[in-house]
Design a protein around this ligand. Sequence first.
Ligand code: FE
Length: 337
Amino acid sequence: MRFKTILFFAFLVSTNSIFARDVVNIYTSRHYTTDKAIYERFREQTGIVVREISAKDQILLERLKNEGDNSPADVLILSDAARLWRATQAGLFQGYKNKLIDQRIPKSLRSKGNWVGLTIRARIIVYDKRKFKKSDVPTYSDLGKPLFKNEFCSRSITHPYMLSLLSSLILNLGETEAKTLSKNLVLNQARKPQGGDTDQIRAVGAGECGVALTNSYYLIRLMRSTKPRDIETLKNVGFLFPNQEISGTHVNVTGAGILKNAPNPKNAELFLTFLTEADTQKMFAYGNNEWPAVKGLKTENQILDNLSDFRKDELNIEAIGSKQFTAQKLADQVGWQ
Ligand code: FE
């Protein structure tokens, strides 16, 4: 009987993720097994156990709103500037204090102390190699040319990835030119906006669309895939980083911030700092085929590393997020759905 009691307590101690006092609770829109390894490393280094709730961005934001002051969450991880800006506007963050974070992460990839970008993704152009060549479409603006009549495909403009891109175009070109371009993009549509980014790549591969937009990691995921369907999809798909000769390609981030009602703010600060360390950065970026936000790091993901040296637009990512309502208004005016 006593032996059984000892066993029971040994079990309790081993399940420290449930009973440990030193924890950090994170709400994350990511869902990669590599993240579990990151949490384990953090526990080894600090003794702090990471508890994770993983769900879609919108669900996490709703949940945080409903939980209010009683939320157990310490850290929020979201992808895309548009969503991070919404979380900032909702007053969800308390800001971080560690100066190391700002030293490690380039200024354009973080907000004014609310949250910090951890990985970079680029919004790139894919095209049908049977119909077009790279030099046909060196910039985002070129997608509006008459050459691409009935050829342009994208997901809905209401999606954060599209709103952020349009926001960056508004900042770079001004509202008038961005509106003209939007009008031309609608004229050039091959079909009603639909599906996700991977669907756009597949539609280009299938010859339904001549040019399309996608986040880089969706393409890299297909490039690394050994599935016959993916290999077949990419046979006729070319890609390029737009605006290399001018502003640079629009980049976005996955970012994290400490929540205002964090019950464990010190642990949250330690965890956020840990996410900006070189080794963690590599693992975190690798998980979703994104590039580390810290400059000059290689991830050992060959395809990702080989594509890392493109010119990135250095517009501040928070400024991009703040333009999303202007972007949506502009899209509505030209009937872009
Ligand atoms: Fe995505």
